[in-house]
Design a protein around this ligand. Sequence first.
Ligand code: NAD
Length: 467
Amino acid sequence: MQKEQISQIVERVLGRIQTGDMPVSTKMPANPHGVFAEVSEAVSAATMAHQVLVHMPLEKRREIIANIRRRAAEDVNTLATLAFEETGLGRTEDKIKKNLLVIHKTPGVEILQPTAWTGDSGLTLMERAPFGVIGSITPCTNPTETILCNGIGMVAGGNSVVFNTHPSAKNTSAYCIDLINRASIEVGGPDNLMCCVKDPTIASATELMHFPGVRMIVVTGGGAVVKAAMNSGKICIGAGPGNPPVVVDETADIAAAARGITLGASFDNNIICTDEKEVFVVNSVADSLIEGMQANGCVQLRNHQITRLEKLILTPDREHVNRDWVGKCPSKMLKEIDVPFSGDPRLIICDVDANHPFVQTELLMPVLGIVRVADVNQGIDMAKQAEHGYGHTASMWSKNLDALHRMACVSNVSIFIKNAPNYAGLGFGGEGFTSFTIASPTGHGLTTAIDFTRVRRCTLAGYFRIV
Ligand code: NAD
């Protein structure tokens, strides 16, 4: 599904919200499917579900996943609204887009293709088999998106999953898990294909990471949880933080760059790990870029206004973010620091030096540091440094092939986007599938069902070489 189609659905859904003919249910079902008090109960229910699933035909898996997509798409407005209401992060209309993206563009069973070799010695097949029960730890920034994306990929691979969801998104996550299990049951699939603990904590996440019978741990979050999972002794897929830099050089289409960076960096108030987090622009085109961004709804702060914003959104030592302001709208911040504005600005931009925390720190807020550089090579080198070796995401606006090539090689990231908003790299307005677990620390990149399966080889010597 292309970005335009997703946008049309969003418009329709939002239109219905505004006219009031789509009530938004905020009630959890009395006995949600897949939600348990203890990790041990969730693992044992998921183990039984896995046993049922692996004895069903592949066609049934396809049917279950198709119905999960259908039911989630029908209820996307509730998923997005619940996430916004519970976490207080981002923008509901953007959450609808993110959910539709994972619902429609997360690969299913079709991505698991066998490999075959035939020759004088017979036939060898390599096929993808499930791990069994997978433990998945999810972030508050994309709660239902990560559950749907991980869940579809894991079930496509024949697994069941126990989620330890983020405490500040636990009700939204439980609602999503209940919806998924009901969709499975509706087409004859098992209940408890996806489970979670009702009141997740770091202790329950740790328990899940070490629980016997959980073969693989998939974590999506900050550096601490990735480190904990990598030390768990289990097979681990770790998707950690990023600080995606953007480089803009003098050959770029500056009007397109101004529009694209504004759209990308403001998407869901910048809480997505792949969103643009800072810009390095060649000095000769910096003023045009900033003017273009202002024309697209950005508010530029100056001098003492920047100082006031620092005091608001950073801790007093300027080392960390004030979490109260993560994912909040620019209008709230501007009001708080007494800067006049009109309408609903998408993004706050600040012309700062490269060492500024708005450049070096992953803010997860609609606040973008813009740094002037002497030339494109200096921009690429500074971008590399600001990415801090996460190997996550970077982007560039340029028509100079040599510069684009250098940035692609030097940045060495899981996702590199050229001349488009970063969300194009997630398949939103760009080609390819989507994933909301981008595992740079463990080298998996954008994860799919392939990563949630193990490889089995099956050899028949002497037969089935038929030509
Ligand atoms: P977070 O690290 O605070 O929480 C993520 C999950 O890990 C939560 O369920 C939390 O309860 C758990 N957790 C945290 N510390 C833990 C520990 N020491 N032991 C066990 N469990 C622990 O992250 P968040 O604020 O929810 O999400 C934002 C962060 O996640 C950002 O840094 C963002 O870049 C990153 N992220 C990365 C990706 C990716 O695909 N690479 C996707 C989304 C978010």
